[in-house]
Design a protein around this ligand. Structure first.
Ligand SMILES: Nc1ncnc2c1ncn2[C@@H]1O[C@H](COP(=O)(O)OP(=O)(O)OP(=O)(O)O)[C@@H](O)[C@H]1O
Ligand SMILES: [Mg+2]
Length: 438
């Protein structure tokens, strides 16, 4: 028989997982199965050691055959200590150790005790394996019990993903690390503290004032400066806090329609969790006058949501000219605007090194002053184009001239686009000197 592969974490030697499982099985066989010849030692769903399921299970709840689950008590098990994960820990709420699970028939008859052992089978404490020893004819009862536990354990928790409105399920991945975003540290810290501060300190203040906690931020910047990246990194953080994250996109062919904002607010309002709404391309919702007035009403917002835990809406735009004074200047419509800038010299240098990776050489720094003032996405394109050029030639060394040529080529494309936009008179919002304005 082949060695089982640990698909959750390939760095853990498969033997570790196997040995742990075998040790649990051996303990059950010795302690319980030895006196109950036809009972089986089997792998069971670890939802049965989920603390929330245990807490919420009602003893009166009926299982097949008239059984009721009346409780689990810990028993000393030499191969797995009893460890409680703190409720709210990321994805965890499981408890390990040895346990006796007691099932009583509702009418007459003896109670049945199932011995169970659960242990972490990974170094990183992510996977709990559970085994139990039970009689074969009890299986239908046990399976119903597992199913019930699974519902209680997972039904109420936040799914490890994002509710997406107006995009395909995979169109937004909250996998960006905060450190991967190259922007002035002060700006990143300011934004993060605003978001964090709202949920931790702001919400209780609103509650004391009997107001619904609803805050609105705007990330504004030319295309490709990292606004969507910021949204993804904040989503990742919020998911870790077990908040609800809703991502509203215009990418589904329906474009910017007010019902999307409405639906997002409805979900946020119904939720019992602190909620982060990420609304991409706010400007696009403001092009039709009737829809615009509805958006303005929502942004006025005191009645926009009934969520007591707090709703933070972060909107993005790369076309701030479309977001007129009525939104920016009227207090309360947008609580704060963060300008997401193009790369300064330090960021341009970091981005170039990052995207060139191993190919980067000191001489490439000569291009940095030219890259300064362009968005991150532009610098990435310059690097990637240069890398594909040398890959075609099967070279590993990147001559500075090739990098410069890649820059010139892209700059021409951008110049043509800027020219077009300037003629339409759409560019020209002035970043505040400190990178954002309140
Ligand atoms: N500040 C940055 N740090 C690191 N990478 C960046 C940064 N800005 C842009 N990039 C790179 O460019 C890509 C596009 O950036 P992103 O989608 O976040 O831009 P955006 O501001 O949302 O643009 P748009 O306004 O067009 O939606 C990113 O996936 C990343 O590879
Ligand atoms: Mg974007």
């Amino acid at each position: 028989m082949g060695t089982p592969v640990n698909t959750m974490n390939p760095n853990v030697h498969p033997a570790l997982t196997r040995l742990k499982t075998e040790a649990l099985g051996a303990w059950l066989a010795e302690t319980w199965q030895a006196e109950r010849a036809d009972w089986l030692v089997m792998l069971v769903n670890n939802a049965v050691v989920h603390q929330r399921a245990m807490r919420l299970w009602k003893p009166s709840r009926r299982l097949p055959g008239g059984y009721c689950f009346v409780g689990a008590s810990p028993v000393a098990c030499p191969v797995t200590p009893t460890i409680y994960a703190q409720p709210g820990d990321e994805g965890l709420n499981l408890v390990t150790g040895g346990f006796l699970y007691r099932f009583a028939p509702r009418e007459t008859g003896a109670a049945l005790e199932v011995l169970l052992a659960a242990a972490y089978t990974e170094e990183e404490y992510h996977t709990v394996t559970a085994l139990a020893c039970l009689p074969p004819d009890f299986l239908p009862v046990w399976q119903a019990f597992e199913k019930g536990c699974s519902k209680l354990a997972h039904g109420l928790s936040v799914r490890e993903d994002v509710r997406i409105i107006g995009g395909r399920a995979r169109s937004f991945a909250p996998t960006v690390d905060w450190d991967d975003i190259v922007l002035p540290e002060a700006l990143k810290a300011d934004l993060f503290h605003d978001v964090h501060g709202f949920f931790r300190k702001g919400v209780p203040i609103y509650q004391r004032l009997k107001l619904k906690p609803f805050r609105k931020l705007l990330l504004a910047g030319v295309p490709g400066t990292g606004k969507t990246m910021l949204c993804a990194a904040l989503a990742k953080w919020a998911i870790k806090q077990r908040y609800l994250v809703i991502y509203v996109s215009t990418m589904d062919g329906d474009g910017a329609q007010f019902w999307k904002i409405e639906r997002a607010l409805q979900i946020a309002s119904d939720s019992k969790l602190p909620t982060l709404i990420l609304l991409e391309e706010l400007d696009a919702y403001l092009t039709k006058p009737d829809e615009k007035s509805m958006v303005l009403n929502v942004l006025d917002g005191s009645e926009a949501t009934a969520n007591e835990k707090g709703v933070l809406l972060i909107a993005t735009t790369n076309y701030p000219a479309a977001i007129d004074e009525r939104i920016l200047k009227r207090p309360g419509r947008m609580d704060r605007v963060f300008i997401i800038p193009e790369a300064d010299a330090a960021s341009a240098d970091t981005l170039l090194r990052h995207y060139l990776g191993e190919v980067w050489q000191a001489e490439h720094a000569a291009l940095v002053p030219h890259l300064t003032g362009y968005p991150g996405a532009f610098i990435r394109e310059v690097a990637l184009h240069a890398l594909t050029q040398i890959a075609h030639r099967e070279q590993t060394h990147l001559p500075l001239e090739v990098l410069e040529e890649s820059f010139r080529r892209l700059k021409q494309q951008i110049a043509a686009r800027d020219d077009f936009l300037t003629r339409r008179g759409t560019l020209g919002f002035v970043p505040a000197s400190n990178g954002q304005h309140a």
